[in-house]
Structures are given as C-alpha cells and as structure tokens.
Design a binder for this molecule. Structure first.
Ligand code: GLP
Length: 244
C-alpha cells in the first residue's frame, strides 16, 4: 500500500495496531506484538502514544518482543535499542515493565544461546505474535537477519553485514565503533506471526523494497521470504515504492 507520505502511512498502521489491542482487550486476551527500532516505526509509536494519552488506549495487556539489539551493548547507551524503545514508546504508555522484552546486549557470548532459546520459548508459550511491525535494511535484512539467513533461522547472535555497519556508523561516530555483532530474532518466529506489516520510507529503500516484493525468493535478500507469508502488507511512501 502506497501513501503520499510516511506520516499518513504511520497513522494508518498505528490505527490497525490500536484496533487489534482494543479487540483483544474486549476478549480479555493479551495482544502479542513484535516491534522494531530504527527511524521507520518512530511515527507509529508517536501516534500510539497520542492514542494512549488522548483516547485512553491501554497497553496494560500488551506483551511485546523486540527484534534485535547490538552486542555488546549496555541498555542505557545512546545506541541501545532498550533505550530507544523506552524513549520512543514504553516510558510514555502504561505497559508494565515486565511485559516488554528486548534482546539483552549485556550477556557474555556463552550465555547467548540459552537466552535466545528462552526468548523463543516465551513467544511460543504465548501462542506467537498477533502482529509484527518490521522495517527493512538497505541490504534487504529484517531485524538483523542479514543476507545469507535461511527462512527457518532461529534467534541468534549474528555478524553484521557491511551495509548495516555503514548505515549504523553515524549513530556510533564511525564505522570502526559499530559493534561487529547483534542478537536478532530469527526469521522463523517472524514468519509465524499472524500478521506482518513492513514499513519503508525514502528513496534509499526503493531498491531493497523492489527486490523484496518482486524479486526471486532468496537468502541474499531475507525480506523476500515475506512473499511466502499469507498476511503481510508493505506500507510505503511514494519514494520507497518508486522502483516497483
Ligand atoms: C536496523 C534494525 C532493523 C531496522 C533497520 C532499518 O538495522 N536492526 O530492525 O529495520 O535498521 O532502519 P531504519 O528504519 O532506520 O531505516
């Protein structure tokens, strides 16, 4: 779906999420959401905060799992996705602290496999995601599932691709300061979500969007796997859609 601009598009996405939360609240069931960081979802989060403050949208019964976190990373670092999520959303809504989950960038390498298994087990116990909000990298990654990731990949420590590091360099003050690795939710769990919405804005995303939507399904562009998902919507602005 192509919108004139990212603002209108983000509102439409936030309204879909709000409708899902309200429906689940009515049924007395939790809403299991998958969330992303980066610039793409920021306006969706702003609209959700507005709906919480002005319309009483409650997140008390919402449980979230984020896609990824750099490793190593302290949660209060400026580049931390924990900090990002708190600043952009969680600190402004009524979600209980125990209800949101973000991969832990402080773990030692040896502890990561167990953490990843637990992360997936928690998601499975809740019945999987009702809704997953995704962004896309310029190299076609989803989360930090870099090119080469297979469709049934599990949650794991991933070595970052050079394109990802170049794009992150500005946040870290130089390419050499970008962490070499990150913990990412695997493609397997993302693909099990009942509904997936991927956001992309700007000309710099046009090529990966075109490949993801129209190209052959390949591990070189992990977002192409979404072609096999029965309920995925790409929400684009005009420029991100310009090569379709
Ligand atoms: C990072 C994140 C992804 C995100 C992507 C796009 O690599 N790990 O989850 O989708 O960037 O970021 P942006 O939305 O800032 O373009």
């Amino acid at each position: 779906r192509i919108f004139d601009d990212s603002e209108k598009a983000s509102k439409a996405v936030a309204h879909e999420i709000a409708a899902l939360i309200r429906q689940k609240n009515k049924e007395g069931k939790p809403t299991i959401l998958g969330l992303a960081t980066g610039s793409s979802p920021k306006k969706v989060y702003q609209e959700l905060i507005r709906m919480h403050k002005e319309e009483g949208l409650s997140f008390k019964n919402v449980i979230t799992f984020n896609l990824d976190e750099y490793h190593p990373m302290e949660p209060d670092s400026i580049q931390s996705y924990v900090r990002f999520m708190r600043e952009q959303l969680f600190d402004h809504i009524d979600i209980p602290v125990t209800n949101y989950h973000i991969p832990d960038g402080t773990l030692t390498i040896e502890k990561i496999p167990e953490f990843c298994r637990d992360y997936e087990a928690k998601i499975e116990k809740l019945g999987g995601f009702d809704f997953y909000l995704l962004g896309i990298g310029r190299n076609g990654h989803i989360g930090f599932n870099e090119p080469g990731s297979v469709i049934n990949s599990k949650t794991r420590l991933m070595t970052l691709d050079i394109t990802t590091k170049i794009d992150a360099a500005i946040d870290f003050g130089g390419l050499e300061k970008v962490p070499k690795r990150a913990i990412t939710l695997g493609i397997d769990k993302i693909m099990q979500a009942k509904r997936i919405v991927l956001l992309a804005w700007g000309e710099h995303k046009a090529q990966s969007v075109a490949k993801a939507v129209e190209g052959p399904i390949t591990s070189d562009i992990p977002a192409t796997y979404l072609q096999q998902h029965p309920n995925t919507l790409f929400i684009l602005d005009e420029t991100a859609a310009s090569l379709l």
